[in-house]
Design a protein around this ligand. Structure first.
Ligand SMILES: Cc1ncc(C[n+]2csc(CCOP(=O)(O)OP(=O)(O)O)c2C)c(N)n1
Ligand code: SF4
Ligand SMILES: [Mg+2]
Length: 310
């Protein structure tokens, strides 16, 4: 089966179909939060009836980037911080593909931060999962953009002097049309949030708190958590941008004070995705560029169809 015939095919999809025959057991450390992302993603895609052949997973570099090896679908293990440009290109070349981008806090909020801002601004139709473990896990625990102030690591042995980045607030301000935070310690909520994010038309950003027990000994900070949708104290109208901003600000402060708030923060169903905006202007190719190449064997340059993105 190819990506073209799989798209839109309706059938029951078992979770096991996303387990690869090569390296089915992840090599993440015992207790790593990354297992929670894999479980939630498999569960979400199976419940949505998505075929492995209609999904493209683009990941960055890091322990998080290894998700690509453990989730069986079309995949592109990119370079550090570059999952989003690859994901965008894939979605433009084949609009029917379900595109998921994923990577770490260092990958997405640090080296790839500019791609994050502009992919959100342009509202590209995809889901972006950021494994936020507040360290550079793969390279042995260096301070990352989300490490708490005062956090000690090999690169900051006297404690981090920097104020951490606010991923939710940044995402909202940049233009994401769906913003949520979940945690590996809450797999059912995580699965439901990923399902919503995938179904949303536009750029869906999920900040996924993933404990790193090997390099971030404060890993237990994500337990217990509060789901703001289940809490009278924190509930707000998800379509109200200002209320979302306030809730995000409180959530980001609370995390470093020991209270873990998770849930949905913002949803804009009205805003057209980048793909819809381009289609309305006659700037999107008819059908899939990739399929044309696949069938005709003739390469048509993508910039003949898509503007150069000034
Ligand atoms: C351009 C570039 N700079 C640095 C690295 C080294 N490097 C690999 S992974 C990584 C950080 C990973 O941290 P994060 O994105 O938070 O992912 P995690 O391992 O925590 O999941 C770094 C700095 C690299 N691969 N490429
Ligand atoms: S180093 Fe940390 S993030 Fe990487 S696999 Fe181990 S526990 Fe997970
Ligand atoms: Mg990290």
């Amino acid at each position: 089966m190819s990506a073209f015939s799989a798209i839109g095919e309706e059938r029951e999809v078992e979770q096991d179909e996303f387990t690869p025959s090569i390296e089915p057991q992840p090599t993440w450390c015992p207790g790593c939060g990354d297992y929670g992302v894999l479980k939630a993603l498999k569960g979400a895609m199976s419940e949505l009836g998505k075929n492995p052949e209609e999904i493209l997973l683009a990941t960055g570099i890091g322990c998080s980037g290894k998700l690509n090896s453990y989730f069986d679908s079309y995949g592109f293990h990119t370079i550090h911080g570059r999952s989003l440009p690859v994901a965008r290109a894939a979605k433009l070349a084949n609009d029917g593909v379900e595109v998921i981008a994923a990577g770490g806090d260092g990958d997405g909020y640090g080296i790839g931060g500019n791609h994050f801002i502009h992919t959100a601004r342009e509202n590209h139709d995809m889901t972006y999962i950021v494994f936020n473990n507040e360290v550079f896990g793969l390279t042995k625990g260096q301070t990352s953009p989300t490490s708490p102030k005062g956090h000690k690591s090999k690169t900051q042995p006297n404690g981090n002097a920097k104020t951490p980045l606010r991923p939710l607030s940044l995402s909202l301000t940049a233009g994401s049309s769906y913003v949520a935070r979940t945690a590996a310690v809450n797999p059912n909520q995580a699965k439901e949030i990923i399902k919503e994010a995938v179904q949303h038309d536009g750029f869906s950003h999920v900040d996924f708190l993933t404990q790193c027990p090997t390099w971030n000994k404060d890993a237990k900070q994500y337990v217990p958590y509060v789901d703001i949708q289940d809490s009278e104290e924190y509930g707000h109208d998800l379509h109200d941008r200002q209320a979302a901003q306030q809730a995000m600000y409180e959530t980001e402060n609370a995390l470093y004070e020991g209270t873990v708030l998770t849930g949905r923060y913002f949803v804009d169903d009205e805003r057209p995705s980048y793909q819809e905006e381009k289609r309305a202007r006659g700037d999107m190719p008819e059908g899939s560029l990739a399929e044309r190449y696949f069938e005709d064997g003739e390469w048509e340059r993508s910039y003949d169809f898509i503007d150069r993105h000034a």
